[in-house]
Design a protein around this ligand. Structure first.
Ligand SMILES: Cc1cc2nc3c(=O)[nH]c(=O)nc-3n(C[C@H](O)[C@H](O)[C@H](O)COP(=O)(O)OP(=O)(O)OC[C@H]3O[C@@H](n4cnc5c(N)ncnc54)[C@H](O)[C@@H]3O)c2cc1C
Length: 485
């Protein structure tokens, strides 16, 4: 019996609300074209598949296409486009505003696409579009290699790579986008293209920072580097009363630090971990997280200025790079409530530090944190050539993450994050990392790009996705939909 299913598709995040009617017969045809599962509401596994990292997001796609390869992605893009289903693409599912899942429409779920292949001779790593960083770190480490990647191993390579991507190795080897060699990408017309310096170079330029606007990346190829396997890294904790002094020292160390050294400052609450003195558990602390991407001897020397500050907890020492990549995993658990904001900073003046510390004192939830991450080094030198990811003179990226358990408390924690963001805004450059954008307003995506790059991104969007079918992202609209920009 043919049954008609009416799905109301509401775009919460971006543009066009549409109606779509899906015949069971056409769904059946679609299923037959897919190797991966096709899940609809009520199916076993549907609720798990639609869930993403941020527990605040609770959306119900009409269809979830669990893609096992490029063929499935092509089938899914064609089906969604032809049936006017809104498309959300899920990589690792760590988009804080929830752009990897839609209400109604189709979630193109790449989480089965997790193969990793290391070429130790060419020193490259190729990984499926739904991979998490932990998989890449694991495979590359077997050959004494690592790619520049994110700092939490359960984050997806998809959204992070397409947005720019910073991590422990960025000051030494550049951002993730500076280390991209090529991508395979399914575009709006259902073609699989390779984008690299030699093939479709306009698209290659755009995907290195332009987010998921141009298609579904089925595989990423990265340059890898000899790292470790043992590096010097870890975490030192200081009581919050010393936050101003430690932040000034942190700034001064980073002002002359070699590219190998990355220190990040994080204002947080001391976790209930065995290494934290009982009396300090839950108390606010200023953490200095560290990595030296060079020899252990040089790394130990580079950490001396941090040790000279006499941390109350000192866990900085020799550690396998892959283990360092997981040390903050547990501080970012799945499925609790999250809200975020971010700024780029051109320096860390005493005034910025004073404002940061004053705002930190009002932190409303133990799991919330404020992170200052340094750029410069190879990031500033754009070692990967011309990419869409600009603002390379940024000195620090400020990341504000609120995290709490009870949805009933959301207003208070969200408000604190917004207040801190507003208080620090006068010191910020005005530009924002695309993966930190949340609810800055209708033109927020423009703040992530330099003006000329933004115009170029519009041109590439217009060429590869003129109907803007990929809009569940920090959306760059095609020229026809721009209002005089
Ligand atoms: C715990 C945590 C730690 C983080 N640490 C870092 C960090 O160290 N460095 C850093 O730079 N950022 C970091 N971020 C930010 C991170 O870059 C973004 O959240 C990013 O979007 C996550 O990618 P994802 O694939 O997991 O997300 P998803 O939610 O799956 O996707 C995010 C966006 O990218 C699109 N997308 C994802 N995969 C693909 C693909 N294969 N093809 C096309 N579009 C795709 C989606 O459609 C969506 O618009 C962190 C975020 C979290 C939550």
């Amino acid at each position: 019996m043919v049954r008609t299913v009416k799905e109301r598709i509401v775009t919460e995040v971006q543009t066009r609300p549409t109606d779509a009617t899906l015949e069971d017969s056409s769904l059946q045809e679609f299923r037959a074209r897919m190797r991966g599962e096709v899940l609809t509401p009520g199916a076993a596994g549907y609720d798990e598949a639609r869930r993403i990292w941020n527990g605040m997001i609770n959306r119900k796609p009409a269809v979830i296409a669990r893609c096992t390869g490029a063929a499935d992605v092509i089938a899914a893009v064609n089906f969604a486009r032809d049936n006017e289903l809104e498309i959300a693409v899920r990589g690792g599912g760590h988009s804080l505003p929830g752009q990897s899942v839609c209400d109604g429409g189709m979630m193109i779920d790449l989480s089965p696409l997790t193969g990793v292949r290391v070429d130790p001779v060419k020193r490259t790593v190729r990984a499926g579009g739904g991979c998490l960083w932990g998989a890449i770190d694991h495979e590359a480490a077997a050959f004494g290699l690592a790619t520049v990647g994110g700092t939490v191993s359960h984050t997806g390579i998809g959204g992070l790579s397409l947005g720019g991507g910073f991590g422990w190795l960025a000051r030494k080897y550049g951002l993730v986008v500076d280390n991209l060699v090529s991508v395979d990408i399914v575009t709006a017309d259902g073609r699989l293209l390779t984008a690299s310096a030699d093939e479709n170079p306009d698209l290659f330029w755009a995907v290195r920072g332009g987010g998921g606007n141009f298609g579904v990346v089925t595989s990423f190829e990265y340059r890898a580097h000899e790292v470790g396997p043992i590096v010097v890294g870890g975490l030192a904790l200081f009581p919050a009363e010393r936050a101003t002094e430690i932040l000034r020292a942190f700034r001064d160390i980073m002002a002359t630090a070699p590219d190998e050294l990355t220190l990040a400052a994080v204002y947080m609450s001391a976790p209930p971990a065995p290494f934290v003195p009982q009396e300090a558990v839950g108390a606010p602390v200023l953490g200095i997280a560290a990595c030296y991407a060079g020899s252990v001897e040089d790394g130990q020397r580079a950490m001396e200025p941090v040790r000279a500050l006499h941390p109350m907890v000192d866990l900085i020492g020799p550690i396998p790079y892959g283990a360092l990549q997981t040390i903050i995993d547990k501080a970012n658990p799945h499925f609790i409530q999250y809200y975020n904001k971010g700024h780029y900073l051109s320096d860390l003046s005493d005034e910025v530090i004073d404002t940061f510390v004053a705002q930190a004192a009002g932190k409303t939830a133990p799991m919330s944190y404020m992170l200052l991450w340094p750029f410069r080094g190879a990031v500033a030198r754009s070692v990967g050539g011309d990419t869409a990811m600009g603002f390379r003179d940024t000195a620090y990226i400020l990341v504000l993450i609120s995290a709490w358990l009870d949805p009933a408390e959301s207003e208070r924690h969200v408000q604190w994050t917004r207040d801190v963001w507003t208080a620090l805004q006068p010191f910020a450059t005005g530009a924002i990392y695309v993966n930190d954008l949340n609810d800055e307003g209708p033109n927020q995506v423009m703040t992530a790009y330099e003006p000329a790059a933004f115009q170029r991104l519009i041109d590439v969007k217009t060429k590869y996705d003129p109907a803007n079918i990929f809009h569940m992202n920090q959306n760059i609209k095609p020229r026809s939909a721009q209002n005089g920009s």
